[in-house]
Design a protein around this ligand. Sequence first.
Ligand SMILES: Cc1cc2nc3c(=O)[nH]c(=O)nc-3n(C[C@H](O)[C@H](O)[C@H](O)COP(=O)(O)OP(=O)(O)OC[C@H]3O[C@@H](n4cnc5c(N)ncnc54)[C@H](O)[C@@H]3O)c2cc1C
Length: 380
Amino acid sequence: MNKTIIIGAGIIGMLTARILCKAGISVTIIEQGYAGQESSWAGGGIISPLYPWRYSEPVTRLAKWGQKNYPENLNEIHLNSGVDPEYTESGLLYLDIEEELEQASLWEQKQGYDFDTLSGEDLRRIEPGLGLAPDSDKTGWFTPSIAQVRNPRLVRALQEDLLRLGVTIEQQTQALSFISEKGCVNGVLTDKGSFYGDQVVVAGGAWSARLLEKWIKTPKIAPVKGQMIVFKAEPGVVSRIVLSKGRYVIPRKDGRVVLGSTLEFNDFDKTTTDDVLQELRQEACRIIPALRNYPVEKQWAGLRPGSIDGVPYIGEHPELKNLYLNAGHFRNGVVIGLASCQLLVNQLLGQKAIVDPIPYRLTEERLVSDSKDIDLRLAI
Ligand SMILES: Cc1cc2nc3c(=O)[nH]c(=O)nc-3n(C[C@H](O)[C@H](O)[C@H](O)COP(=O)(O)OP(=O)(O)OC[C@H]3O[C@@H](n4cnc5c(N)ncnc54)[C@H](O)[C@@H]3O)c2cc1C
């Protein structure tokens, strides 16, 4: 194989391109909008699933591989691109998980993470800005090794890195269908003409099923909107990622604080709403009261590529040879993305797989004719 076409320039398409390119493969990415401007731009960049003990083993395996290998990869991307993705080990502090404490501790011990159970006094000491009463006996739970990246910077760094490596990114070019001969894909038809390659990878995020279902059976992938806000705060207002009752605050290096996020099931609609703005602002101030002194600088929404169990689809499509998929990363595309791209490249290049590929395959049971018949609420 010497030429691959990738559909979609989100984090998944770009990381796949990077690994292939470094292995000597010529890569063209086809992107209907602009590189890295969809879910991969919109996300929080936490390099851990939220409440990781709730996820299945296949998600955990990819997450752990990513957590181990991100520092070196991001350092290379930073050096080659000149853009700092702000990889920061800020640690993840959980509040209000009393009911799950035992399950969480057992899981983290088994997986080999360091964690501390914190008393109210410990909490006030390590994160003085938390909204705790002075005599609160609330307990917290802290995993110090969890890191974050800043998504808009990560996608900019990746794009610049790819351009310097020699990857072609065709922006504002929409893939419409596949070119095939005798059940074998050898190209992509777009609104700007045809592109030929030995293999085609669909990394179209939330739009992947919409492209596939016109032609062949598709895995279950549907958009799940997440709205976020960012406060223009100052360094020191909060230092750790804090997760409480499904909402999280993420402190960025320059003092800005991101608050996320909603889970909304309303098709491809990315509009933001005032009621969510008010609700997110209120939640942010519940977790860190000092945030009420700072303005909300921006509100936005992104469409997660939702899949039934959060396990992405990675591998060759059973109906068309040389057509591969890497999509459906749902809430965890950053943390599990690096491993999922490496696993796909292992398959494309006939290499030994970094993890067992079977749970991610596009088996008949995981394919449907119409991706609208999916209840993604099951996945949360
Ligand atoms: C609010 C929010 C918070 C999140 N927080 C986190 C987090 O903290 N940690 C974490 O790990 N994950 C998080 N995620 C999830 C993560 O961002 C996604 O799983 C990940 O970005 C998916 O990457 P992707 O490349 O598959 O999709 P995308 O980034 O959406 O990229 C897909 C690309 O394909 C293009 N495309 C689609 N169809 C076509 C076509 N026919 N032709 C050409 N181009 C096409 C699109 O334009 C798009 O650019 C969050 C997501 C959201 C929305």
